[in-house]
Design a protein around this ligand. Structure first.
Ligand code: G
Ligand code: G
Ligand code: MN
Ligand code: NA
Length: 248
């Protein structure tokens, strides 16, 4: 397709960038974790459309390699006083099928002399359904390397308690849609409340996504949420901006 060939060109010309959105930790009062997010400066097309198009071909594998390489190279270069910074990377379900993720991440960490503990993997419920068995094997290898595992967009799909348990999920990221109307919709409020209790019982940590207002922040705190990611605390930013942001 036309879009796929533009993505192909963008990869060749290194037009794509990785931006980083800091995650707020209410306990420490620090940002020490962030999510890597693909960006295409100068293009108005949404990144979701880019990912969807890339997933129809082997382009998603090249994109995936680019993201891992870029993130490892960045983390290896951060100043020594910020060496506790860690980054989570979104992984497409397609990558589990057609890419040796374990090898990709291991070799990239070796190339940049990076401790794999500084990486986290974000998968969606799609991965746990479409490739359950294969994904389980790969994820368990990655966990042995020291990576943390997060289930993204939580609450929108079909993950069961047994999935969380079997895959040894360390984090769940509560989907933005529940945060968005947590102060106006009793259902959303009760769902987040229930998710928090479940996470505590299973010893899984929680990040709330899409926190935009003071009120949402306060409500989430009252429900015991400690980690938050959203425009209220920080927007996605490029490498230079992130380093300045963390310093300031
Ligand atoms: O940042 P934004 O809201 O535009 O991202 C849109 C979607 O694209 C989100 O679902 C996000 O998870 C996904 N996404 C962003 N960066 C990456 C990436 O590097 N790899 C994959 N597979 N998905 C990404
Ligand atoms: O699917 P995933 O959770 O990986 O995507 C996260 C996306 O959410 C990022 O692409 C980011 O741009 C977007 N995002 C992060 N914080 C906010 C927020 O506070 N509001 C909105 N509307 N989007 C956000
Ligand atoms: Mn994500
Ligand atoms: Na998400």
């Amino acid at each position: 397709s036309a879009l796929r060939s533009r993505i192909d060109q963008a990869l060749n010309n290194r037009e794509l960038e990785i931006w980083y959105q800091p995650v707020w930790n209410d306990d420490s009062g620090y940002f020490r974790r962030c999510e890597a997010l693909l960006r295409w400066p100068g293009e108005s097309i949404s990144i979701q459309e880019v990912i969807d198009a890339a997933e129809e071909s082997e382009l998603i594998l090249r994109l995936g390699e680019f993201v891992v390489d870029e993130v490892c190279s960045f983390l290896a270069s951060v100043p020594s006083h910020q060496e506790d910074l860690s980054v989570s990377i979104n992984i497409s379900p397609v990558q589990f099928h057609y890419q040796n993720l374990e090898h990709l991440i291991k070799s990239s960490c070796e190339r940049y002399k990076l401790d794999p503990k500084r990486l986290m993997i974000e998968i969606t419920e799609r991965t746990t359904i479409e490739n359950a068995e294969l994904a389980g094997k790969v994820l368990s290898a990655l966990k042995q390397m020291g990576l943390d595992l997060a289930l993204d967009d939580f609450g929108t799909g079909y993950s069961s308690l047994s999935t969380l348990h079997e895959l040894e999920i360390d984090w769940i990221k509560i989907d933005r849609r529940f945060v968005q109307d947590i102060d106006t919709n009793q259902n959303s409020y009760q769902i987040v409340n229930a998710l928090m209790r479940m996470a505590q019982a299973l010893d899984i940590r929680v990040i709330a996504e899409g926190v935009e207002t003071d009120q949402e922040y306060a409500t989430l705190r009252s429900l015991g949420v400690r980690m938050m990611q959203g425009y209220y605390h920080a927007r996605p930013m490029n490498q230079q901006q992130l380093l300045a942001f963390l310093k300031g």
